[in-house]
Design a protein around this ligand. Structure first.
Ligand SMILES: Nc1ncnc2c1ncn2[C@@H]1O[C@H](COP(=O)(O)OP(=O)(O)OP(=O)(O)O)[C@@H](O)[C@H]1O
Ligand SMILES: [Mg+2]
Length: 684
């Protein structure tokens, strides 16, 4: 990686800065407080953002609410731009705001942590360094001005810890700690598993004894099954016999009921026969006296009867007519009599009021007498006619009476005659029925005898049935008992099998656990005897190798900076030991320049060792040194030229007050500060 350019807005002493970083050695020169370190801090912020514990106020220019940093860099020919902003909230807290990364013109807006991961990836810093990324940058690229000497002066154990940390040696410590945890876990597991695997032999013995039982029981069950099969055959046979016997019984029962029916039928027929015989005798008695009857005679009587009834009707009508004529004549006789009596008694005429004369009265009397005689004659004639008619009517009535008697006699004869004919027909038909019935009675008697004969054949069937049934019941009972025994034994066998399966599973499980215990024990032994020793040894070797290399490089850089009389090496704790011709000199007793030289040599050696261990990291080509020559004598400063050449970095950014150094570097950038820092010139 090399830096290409940097833009700062409202960062520390800068309002606006645009600075380009050429390749080679670049000197940032300027007075105290002019803004040199601010540029280096700007670079660091652009790369990694605010560091844990770093306050926003150490970056944001006082009195401003936001700041912006844009860094252009090149990693393996790839141009990358990083942009970050800071903002100050109303409450006064200062936080990081947006993060943008542009790789080959592809712009990505990222969160602060995403941006950090992205940069770590780009620089190929090891994953385990993600959390201590800045530490790696601090010791390989840029150590802040005031921290240059701190690692040299630090307490040995703190320094050792820091070095172990950045060399990645602390991983061995972690491995040991984790191994110890694992070792304990394995120990616990072994204990638990040993308990789980205990009693294996006991269970095996139990399995064997149960298995013996199973074999015996299986044999027993098989024998029982064979016996049962035979029993089933006998049972089947007995059942068939029983069914046949039952059929015979049913047949017998059927015949008995048929016999009952036939006997009932026979009785019915017999009853019918005797009843009919009695009836026939009775009927024969009824037709004993034969009745004669002539229809012609009856018809002629009826004819006479009708004829005389008509005559009687006519006579009656005449009688009525004459009777009414007689009463009319009787009433006719009364009127002239009344008139004669009235006129005879009358003095004066009621109409003309003239006196009624005697002659008139006599005349009237005579006339009346004549009229009455006339009526009487007619009346006498009519009365004679009536009397004749009464006699004639009487004659007719007697005639009719005689005919009525004849009619009744003839009709009764007819009824009797017809009745006798009906009885005769009935007697004939009954004779036929009687004949048929007596035949049926004969047939029924034969049938009844046949049925009785058949029933006789089955006389012993019930006893046989009872015997067969008894035999069947016995077999059934035996087979049921057998079934129960088989079921009990089978259940017992099943339970035994389940138990054996469980035991076998338990044995397998325990054997597996025992196997695991053996494996774990081997692992435990290996960890205890080999692994941890090996890690200790590896750690020691790595540390020793690093220390040797570090010590050698440190001594070389130191010799390049200080006179030949002084020499340095590192002790076990990586503490620099300075000797002057075999005498050790304490660091604090060294001159200011010697102390700076020791710190710079330590810093350069550390940088070199780290870069060689972490061969893949992309920050090997760049080195930043902030005031590395503080307190140097002139001849020491002269030596810096050789140092820069030996460093062979593609880009070195150097901060120094020393004007002399301007002559050793490829580029000088002068910085001035008024109210705000600015670049005075940027020349090569
Ligand atoms: N947050 C800030 N806002 C404004 N100015 C600041 C802020 N922090 C520091 N300064 C000032 O910015 C100026 C530049 O500081 P810087 O550390 O960059 O100086 P320098 O050039 O490295 O000086 P030296 O040679 O002494 O190391 C100083 O005057 C310092 O007080
Ligand atoms: Mg400074």
């Amino acid at each position: 990686m090399i830096f290409k350019s940097l833009k700062l807005k409202n960062i520390r002493s800068y309002e606006n800065l645009e600075i380009e970083f050429p390749k080679g050695s670049v000197l940032l020169s300027g007075d105290i407080g002019s803004g040199k370190t601010s540029i280096l801090l700007g670079l660091q912020f652009a790369l990694f953002g605010l560091q844990p514990g770093q306050k926003g106020a150490s970056i944001l220019r006082q009195g401003e609410d936001n700041a912006y940093v844009q860094l252009e860099l090149e990693v393996e020919g790839q141009l990358i731009t990083l942009q970050r902003t800071i903002k100050k909230s109303k409450s006064g807290s200062i936080t990081q705001d947006s993060n943008i990364i542009t790789i080959d013109s592809v712009i990505k807006n990222l969160s602060t942590s995403e941006m950090k991961n992205q940069v770590i990836n780009l620089l190929k810093y090891p994953k385990e360094f993600v959390k201590k990324s800045n530490l790696l940058y601090k010791f390989t690229v840029y150590t802040p001005q005031e921290e240059m000497k701190s690692i040299v002066q630090e307490r040995p154990e703190v320094r050792l810890d820091t070095l172990r940390h950045i060399f990645g040696i602390d991983r061995y410590k972690r491995i040991k700690e984790n191994s110890q945890i694992l070792f304990q876990k394995i120990k616990e597991q072994v204990k638990i598993k040993e308990i789980l695997a205990s009693e294996l032999n006991l269970i095996k013995e139990k399995f064997n004894s149960e298995n013996e039982k199973k074999i015996i029981l299986t044999r027993e069950t098989n024998n029982l099954n064979i016996e049962y099969q035979n029993l089933m055959l006998s049972k089947q046979k007995s059942e068939n016999q029983l069914l046949d016997s039952q059929k015979i019984l049913d047949e017998k029962q059927y015949l008995k009921s048929e016999l009952g029916k036939l006997e009932v039928l026979l009785q019915g027929k017999k009853d019918l026969e005797s009843r009919m015989k009695k009836e026939v005798i009775l009927m024969q008695k009824q037709i004993h006296e034969e009745t004669t009857f002539s229809q012609e005679r009856l018809d002629s009587v009826l004819e006479f009867l009708n004829k005389h009834k008509k005559i009687l009707e006519e006579k009656n009508a005449n009688f009525l007519k004459i009777t009414s004529q007689i009463s009319v004549l009787d009433s006719k006789k009364e009127r002239p009599l009344e008139l004669k009596n009235k006129i005879v008694s009358l003095e004066n005429c009621p109409t003309c009021l003239q006196k009624v004369g005697q002659d008139h009265k006599c005349r009237i009397e005579k006339q009346t007498q004549y009229d009455i005689e006339e009526i009487d004659r007619e009346l006498e004639q009519k009365i004679n006619q009536k009397e004749v008619l009464i006699k004639e009517i009487e004659v007719e009535k007697n005639l009719i009476k005689g005919y009525e008697v004849d009619k009744t006699t003839f009709q009764q004869d007819k009824i009797r005659f017809e009745h006798q004919r009906t009885i005769l027909t009935k007697i004939k038909s009954d004779a036929f029925v009687l004949d048929r019935t007596s035949n049926e009675i004969k047939e029924l008697n034969i049938k009844i005898q046949q049925t009785k004969d058949k029933i006789e054949i089955f006389s012993k069937s019930q006893e046989e049935f009872n015997k067969i049934k008894k035999d069947f019941k016995e077999i059934n009972e035996i087979s049921r008992t057998k079934e129960l025994t088989i079921a009990t034994k089978t259940k017992e066998l099943e339970l035994l099998k389940i138990k054996l399966k469980e035991l076998s599973e338990e044995i397998q499980k325990k054997e597996k656990i025992r196997e695991q215990v053996n494996k774990l024990r081997t692992l435990q032994d290996w960890m205890q005897e080999k692994f941890i020793t090996m890690i200790n040894l590896t750690e020691k070797n790595v540390m020793a190798k690093l220390r040797n290399e570090f010590s050698k490089i440190f001594s070389e850089w130191f010799s390049a900076l200080v006179s030949d009389s002084l020499s340095v090496r590192l002790d076990e704790d990586f503490t620099p030991i300075i000797t002057n011709q075999d005498y050790e000199i304490e660091y604090d007793f060294l001159s200011g320049g010697e102390r700076t030289a020791t710190a710079l040599a330590y810093r350069l050696a550390l940088n070199q060792v780290l870069n060689s261990i972490l061969s893949q990291i992309k920050t090997k080509d760049i080195l930043i040194l902030d005031e590395p020559t503080d307190g140097f004598a002139t001849e020491q400063i002269d030596k810096m030229r050789d140092i820069f050449e030996q460093l062979k970095a593609e880009q070195i950014i150097l901060v120094s007050h020393e004007e002399k150094i301007e002559g050793f570097v490829d580029h000088v950038i002068k910085i001035q500060k008024d109210t705000t820092s600015k670049i005075d010139n940027q020349n090569s």
